[in-house]
Design a binder for this molecule. Sequence first.
Ligand code: HEM
Length: 202
Amino acid sequence: MPRGWSIVGWDALLIGATVGSILAVAGGGEEGIRVVIRATARISVVLFTAAFVARSLSRAWPSPASRWMLANRRYLGVSFAVSHATHLLAIFALGGWSLAGVVTRAGVPAAALGGIAYAFLAAMTATSFDRTAAWLGPRRWSRLHTTGAYYLWAIFFVSFAPRVLQSPLYWPFAIVLLAAFVLRLSDRRLRRTAGFTVATAR
Ligand code: HEM
């Protein structure tokens, strides 16, 4: 299994190959770009969910796979950023490479909500290096990464969930996202209860 920064390298290669194949087959017109947008969203959700649940999963079901996910959580997160940067590039390609074009196509509310998601993603990626994380400090780092992760989860969920009405293909995405959310929340509750028990036992 790859580990560390090589995960980001392999994922970038996979994303590049996927986008290249789509454009070669479907062409660089609107249809091809839309397929790229959907494909990158799907690669992104896999990488995001792996990073999102890594710690809770390794506590609930310790296994070599969940330990690997936890040890490489940062690189799964940066790989997600690479995939979602490609999503953004394709969105700009669809909007004629102008912000006005993107906002006109998406509508102001969706563009604003998506923009906030990208601001979180940029801040989380920038603070995913030892030096920048140390500069931010553990409390603020944790606040940024927890809030950002739940916000990104919400954008994924509101993007995928309504599409289950269009095609049953979207059910697995919606179900996995819901399961990831429940797992994170129950782990949080367990940790809080454990912390409370330790504190009151003192
Ligand atoms: C301003 C920001 C954004 C814009 C303008 C945008 C635009 C789009 C467009 C046009 C599609 C539909 C493509 C098609 O079906 O033809 C799409 C799909 C999608 N986007 Fe984005 N997006 C943005 C940000 C985000 C963010 C931040 C996330 C997740 C955190 C996200 C997740 C998704 C998902 C899950 C899909 C559905 C993919 C599928 O059908 O399989 N998007 N986006």
